[in-house]
Design a protein. Structure first.
Ligand code: GAP
Length: 449
């Protein structure tokens, strides 16, 4: 990473803490490595990412239904899925300092004793690579024994396969159709890092789309395009997005083809989402292992078959991080630095700031009333009467609030407010009775500058 890119990441991490997006977890006890909590603005950002995903993947489609499956499933799930034997990273140990690194990510790793050095640059010698399983183990019940072992799920997908027949029977939906789920997954990542990009606990938004095998290629193309466009629709710069087909030797054990949607982070191109062809691997394996027939029976053709699966698998935290990085800008405005997050209004944690110009002449009361009306109309609002108006605008710019409404003399005499736009800093005069419609229109027609 260049020094500019390192500085950019540091600025984003600092803004996230200062303004309440992301905090280091367990901070009062010295933290816990690469684990984060989401503050008042961060939780709103995550919620908006999840809502946008759920809207696009479930509510706006008639061929996808939702699910919320358990995090801890019968451990046979993970034996059958191949995760117990195959979900591992190649690890090496430094014989000098005993630190452990991912053999395939040595360039991203640093010696814990000399942080400017990569492994071996400090003179340490590395062991041969060994497979290290990424699943977190736990025990069910009071006694710890080999029969009480269970795993925290490393992906949400398996809960969907386990419920395939339940969903078919309860909804009478038929292929091509999908089951979508958002939830936490856990991986004992050995080289986490780059802030919330790779953590041990994270949220996934996954959808398994079950298709007749002959339709596999068509739906693979469909989902690659759909998912790429979803990120563009959230306002992310398309010039910093790309699609990359996996080489054969990179494919997960269940996949015959995977296309990563990648973003150009300050630390280089990185995976934002994977769209994978999982074929009938999972349904077939679970059928064989459980003895329950998970084939689909088509009453029209009288055919019984295992559908193939196309899986778009997104990371909610990674999408939120991408939105933050992509939205961040420092502008020189009349010799001063203006920090702005150019969030799409759909994902901005606060949509409208409401301010009385001064703390007198009835303006605070009028502003509070307007804020209440907007809040009841389900705008996410923030009321602020402290400091000079320019400073209040800047505070909202820094957290990505797209619109600020100022109650001034015109409001008191003519019921007209000033709407200030975050990106252009332009101002419009709007009648109070038209404010809600004006804001809805501005949200709907927002375009990335
Ligand atoms: N079911 C398929 C699957 O889990 P994956 O590529 O391993 O595929 C999907 O994960 C997405 O989950 C990734 O593209 C990424 O956005 C997110 N993700 C995976 N591991 C993560 C981690 N350790 N921290 C944050 N997000 C992660």
């Amino acid at each position: 990473m260049s020094s500019n890119d390192t500085a950019l990441m540091e600025k984003i991490v600092s803004l996230c803490k200062r303004r309440g997006f992301v905090f280091p977890a367990s901070e009062i006890y010295g933290g816990i490595s690469n684990t984060y909590d989401y503050g008042p603005l961060g939780v709103e950002l995550l919620r908006r990412v999840k809502n946008a995903w759920w809207n696009a993947m479930v509510l706006e489609r008639s061929d996808i239904v939702g699910l919320d499956s358990a995090i801890i499933q019968n451990p046979k799930t993970w034996e059958t899925s191949g995760h117990v034997s195959g979900f591992s990273d190649p690890m090496v140990d430094c014989k000098k300092c005993k630190a452990r690194f991912r053999a395939d990510k040595l360039d991203d790793s640093r010696c814990p004793e000399r942080s400017s050095k990569k492994p071996t640059e400090c003179g340490g010698e590395l062991t041969e690579p060994r497979a290290f399983n990424l699943m977190f183990k736990t025990n069910i019940g009071a006694a710890e024994s080999s029969s009480s072992v269970a795993y925290l799920r490393p992906e949400t997908a398996q809960g969907i396969f386990l419920n395939f027949q339940n969903v078919l029977n309860s909804t009478r939906i038929k292929p091509p159709f999908g089951i979508a789920q958002i939830g936490k997954s856990f991986r004992n990542e050995i080289t986490p890092g780059n802030f919330v990009f790779r953590t041990r606990e994270f949220e996934q938004a996954e959808m398994e789309f079950f298709v007749p095998p002959a339709e596999n290629d068509r739906w693979y193309e469909h989902w690659k395009t759909e998912r790429f466009n979803w990120y563009v629709g959230l306002g992310i710069d398309p010039a910093k997005l790309r699609q990359r087909e996996h080489d054969k030797d990179e494919l997960a054990h269940y996949s015959t083809g995977t296309n990563d949607i990648e973003y150009l982070y300050p630390f280089g191109w990185g995976e934002l989402e994977g769209v994978a062809c999982r074929t009938d691997f999972d349904l077939k394996r679970h059928s064989e292992a459980s003895g329950v027939d998970l084939r689909f029976f088509d009453p029209e053709t009288k055919e019984r078959y295992f559908p193939y699966v196309i899986e778009p698998a997104a990371g909610v935290n990674r999408a939120a991080l991408t939105l933050l990085i992509d939205a961040f800008e420092e502008q020189d405005v009349e010799g001063e630095v203006r920090t702005v997050l150019h969030f799409h209004p759909q994902v901005a944690p606060i949509t409208v700031g409401v301010f009385p110009l001064v703390k007198k002449e009835g303006m605070p009361e009028k502003a509070a009333e307007i804020e209440r009306v907007l809040r009841r109309a389900h705008f996410s609002t923030f009321y602020d009467e402290k400091a000079a108006i320019g400073r209040r605008y800047r505070r909202q710019d820094e957290i990505g609030t797209p619109f600020c409404v100022t109650i001034d003399g015109d409001t008191m005499s003519q019921d007209i407010v000033t709407v200030r736009h975050r990106d252009s800093m332009k101002q419009d005069k709007v009648a109070v009775k038209e404010l809600e419609a004006f804001l809805r229109d501005a949200i709907g027609s927002w375009k990335r500058a």
